[in-house]
Ligand binder design. Sequence first.
Ligand SMILES: Cc1cc2nc3c(=O)[nH]c(=O)nc-3n(C[C@H](O)[C@H](O)[C@H](O)COP(=O)(O)OP(=O)(O)OC[C@H]3O[C@@H](n4cnc5c(N)ncnc54)[C@H](O)[C@@H]3O)c2cc1C
Length: 492
Amino acid sequence: MSRQPPVTSRRDFLRYLSFAGGSLAVGDMGALFKFKDSATPEMVGDILKQRIKGRLVKDHLLVEEFKTDFGRTIHKEPRLIVVPENDEDIRIIFQVAEKYQVPVSLRGAGHTCYGQSLSDGGILLVNNRENPDIAMEGDQVSVHSSTQWFALERKLNEQGLTSPVLTDYLNLTLGGTLSVGGYGLRSFQYGAQVDNISELELLLPDGSRMRCSPQENSDLFRYSLCGLGQLGFISKVKIKPIQYRQFTSVFYVLCTSVKDFIKGVKAILHPDFIREIDHFSSYWLNGSFIIEIGKSFSEENKTEQEALKKKVQSQIAFYKNAVIKDYHLYLHKVRENWVERYGISHHIWEDYIFGIEELEEFLNRAITTTKISHFQNILPALYIVACDTAETGGIPFSPTYGSTSKMVYSVGFYYMVKYGDKKQLQTAEDHHKQYMRNCLDLKGRPYLYGWHGLSEEQKKQFYGADYLKLKALKKQYDPQNILNPGVFVENV
Ligand SMILES: Cc1cc2nc3c(=O)[nH]c(=O)nc-3n(C[C@H](O)[C@H](O)[C@H](O)COP(=O)(O)OP(=O)(O)OC[C@H]3O[C@@H](n4cnc5c(N)ncnc54)[C@H](O)[C@@H]3O)c2cc1C
């Protein structure tokens, strides 16, 4: 579910379950336990209990929850679940894990869809704290990766600031989105969240701490961002916030075909018009596309808003215009409510990234070959955002990396399948396999938080030399393959 089952409170978790109709997804049994013998987990648990300030999770409801992620298609069973209190705890966990050769898997808010935040028989380290760790340092904000974007946004808004890029749904941790990318309504101006990180601290599996930036330990910087926790634990990061404007004038544009939609996008993101707006997103719903564009204002200034309206009108026809206060927080609520409507479901979500011409071809194939309109019972929406590649910062596993197009588009296919409906689940997975083949064929890229099902061969095809480089870095910094084994890099 999109609502977070907090890691600390059984009461809240019970409330979450009762909201979800009381049914609980029970994990597949028979996880591959990787401890050397059956006595080791208990011994490691005892050592950690004595040495760390944080705690081990024993509550069986939470334990069940941590056996799966948002996707609810993959189930794995951790032997120990640890909620660290601070980075010193994490250093100790890494040291103990190395000593006893126990794998450690990292989890933020667990909103992956392909088991990327699960542990198969090792230690699951849950880095999702309710108390935000945020400090202003000059014009930058220093934040711990355990902080959720919602908490950071609230804090920044109090000071008239906002993060340059926010995901639509905000109960995601900084560590989690920075390990995959992080795209939103302002990505067409600011790139991804990873492109707005000036510095980060990385805790390596040997317990050492590295300061990384484009200038310092740059390989670790470039490969840990969007790196699915393959090299180290991202601790604190620095971001430069921008000015917050509380009121957003939003325009809604309806397009009834792919052709119409692409034409509309080209008109809106045309170099002569693009500076007039500061928000862009779009949806495919019930067979039509809706483009949402907007501009934010510090105050409700009718004259400025009317002037904007005229400019938009002269560029594109819209069917509705509304002024929305705290648009990102509003959007978060909308997205949360939308996901919650589906209760406990399998979420077979994945996004694919292309230039505009390839996007058109990709959408045409989805509509004509896969006939997505026939599957609206399990595919209620597609979601499309744009990203300016001139703003992107050389992060090899970022979905926008290597594109020759100035503007790229991420299109998410969000299948929602009733829990346990194996036939529909198979349909959704088959569709994604086809999309992935089309993605490869059209030289796009997948977004690695999602249900990607990539084979080793496909990883090499998508990422080429960068995949080999990531493997080499993993061998160097995590020679025993302790951290997030099996999540992405294979055959280290
Ligand atoms: C409802 C919903 C809405 C979404 N909206 C958007 C959107 O608008 N834009 C967008 O770009 N994405 C979106 N996503 C995708 C989202 O960005 C990713 O799923 C993201 O990984 C979620 O963060 P998390 O805290 O849940 O991370 P998790 O799922 O817990 O972890 C993600 C990966 O990062 C690793 N990891 C976690 N923390 C750390 C750390 N501190 N150091 C190193 N590795 C770490 C984990 O091991 C895992 O491999 C959405 C997903 C959902 C389910």
